[in-house]
Design a protein around this ligand. Structure first.
Ligand SMILES: Cc1cc2nc3c(=O)[nH]c(=O)nc-3n(C[C@H](O)[C@H](O)[C@H](O)COP(=O)(O)O)c2cc1C
Length: 421
């Protein structure tokens, strides 16, 4: 259950309660389970615990001010609201609950709550009289009816020396309840390695052979795998794209570099997705100085590059391997042949060149024909980010099917490393 928090972005709001010190433990438990945490404190909360404590525990500066000129475009509340996958207010003071009920936006935390449409959970913490006051009871009833999740409170001895309901729930309980808000990450707990972009095959110190791959599809796939809860390694040829959040980026140039970067990392990889447009050939000799235009014609001898996809599958047969096929003709036929020849689990084939329509290299859109041994599927033209999420959903499904049949022995797989040749 707690793995659902993997890669989730949580805004933790801390308000002015004596239980504010326990928020440190909440941050630690959230991070233990793979969540990223950004802390927002009310002014009153900073009287109880210093922002420095939460900065150290969350690994990020604490947000305190609504009118903050250092926030990008001065819109910190909107940025945080967009960033979050869920908001947890722990502890939530009686005063905060009252302001949330009437929709105030007079401090950063209130403004973030109002500007966001992600799940919002509050963990009330207050004296038992404050908790049972009709005003608080009414606030809680209204907030609950609006879909705000109310975690706790617990009963017991209170900081004021009295006993009753109003203690903040323990951090482990809060974190457990927050995890239930999320669907299971389809790839939670798995390591996914994605290759993306073109490769550059040097001719001399200033020239190279390459292709038109922009890397957009591979980068979108890496981001979608991370979103689905996976640990993601992205081995990428030279592209002009920002590295998706949370993804480990390994930059490479040539096909040989890519091979060298991928193979040792495959040891603990569960799913390999080869979205890079790897050059099949490279110049046999790389001139050590710039080639001069002395002759009318120039011949280059090209030699085969290593086939990364086939090598990965041969050496790590237990890994679930997905290859991309960019074709200018006979899409289905080439996709099936590639599936068979390389012995991989899935091929995501797409048109390039004149048959690509609005999709293909450099475009923000694409369509894919997904082919595996027992079936195939058409993923219609869509933005690459959306298509990547769909693709990851199907890969996760097929991975689970194969994994289950391997465990039950329906399909005997060699779960050992094979020599590469
Ligand atoms: C020592 C002390 C402890 C407090 N503890 C609580 C508490 O546990 N719960 C609560 O609702 N208010 C508590 N308060 C009152 C709040 O700090 C006060 O209502 C404040 O305005 C809350 O501001 P905020 O909701 O913006 O954080 C406490 C006040 C003091 C002085």
């Amino acid at each position: 259950m707690l793995e659902r928090l993997s890669n989730k972005r949580i805004v933790l709001g801390v308000t002015g309660s004596i239980a504010a010190y326990k928020a440190g433990e909440v941050i630690r438990r959230l991070r233990d389970h793979g969540a990223e945490v950004r802390v927002v404190m009310t002014r009153a909360a900073t009287e109880f615990v210093t922002p420095l404590t939460f900065q150290a525990l969350s690994g990020h500066p604490v947000h305190e001010h609504l009118l903050d000129t250092r926030a990008e475009a001065g819109m910190g509340h909107i940025q945080l609201a967009r960033w979050a996958d869920a908001i947890l207010i722990a502890p939530a003071s009686a005063d905060f609950l009252a302001r949330l009920r009437i929709g105030r936006a007079d401090d950063l935390l209130m403004a973030v709550c109002l500007a966001s449409n992600v799940p919002l959970a509050v963990a009330p913490a207050m004296n038992h009289q404050m908790w049972s006051d009709p005003a608080t009871e009414d606030n809680i009833r209204v907030l609950r009816s609006r879909g705000v999740l109310i975690f706790g409170p617990d009963s017991g001895e209170q900081a004021c020396g009295e006993t009753g309901a109003g203690r903040m729930q323990e951090p482990t309980q809060l974190v457990g309840q927050l995890a239930e808000v999320f669907e299971t990450g389809a790839l939670a707990g798995l390591h996914v390695l994605v290759t993306a972009g073109p490769t550059q095959e040097a001719i001399d110190p200033v020239r190279y052979l390459s292709n038109h791959s922009s890397g957009k599809m591979g980068y979108a796939v890496a981001a979608a795998a991370f979103e689905a809860g996976a640990r993601v390694t992205l081995v990428s040829g030279p592209v002009c794209l920002p590295v998706p959040d949370g993804v480990q980026h390994i930059p490479v140039l040539s096909a040989q570099d890519m091979y060298d970067a991928v193979m040792p990392r495959m040891e603990d990889v569960d799913i390999y997705i080869g979205a890079a447009a790897v050059a099949d050939y490279r110049p046999e000799l790389v001139a050590s100085s710039k080639i001069k235009k002395d002759e009318e014609t120039l011949s280059l001898t090209l030699v085969r590059n290593p086939d990364i996809l086939a090598s990965v599958k041969r050496r790590y047969p237990a890994s679930f391997c997905v290859g991309f096929a960019a074709e200018t003709d006979n899409l289905e036929h080439h996709a099936r042949s590639k599936l068979h020849d390389k012995g991989v689990d899935m091929i995501a084939a797409n048109w390039v060149g004149v048959n690509a329509g609005d999709g293909g290299f450099g475009s923000d859109e694409n369509a894919i024909r997904l082919v595996w041994r027992e079936g195939e599927l058409e993923l219609a033209m869509a933005p690459k980010t959306k298509l990547a999420r769909e693709l990851i959903g199907h890969i996760a499904q097929r991975y689970q099917v194969r994994h289950k049949s391997a465990l039950t022995g329906d399909n005997v797989l060699r779960f050992t490393k094979q020599p590469d040749n």
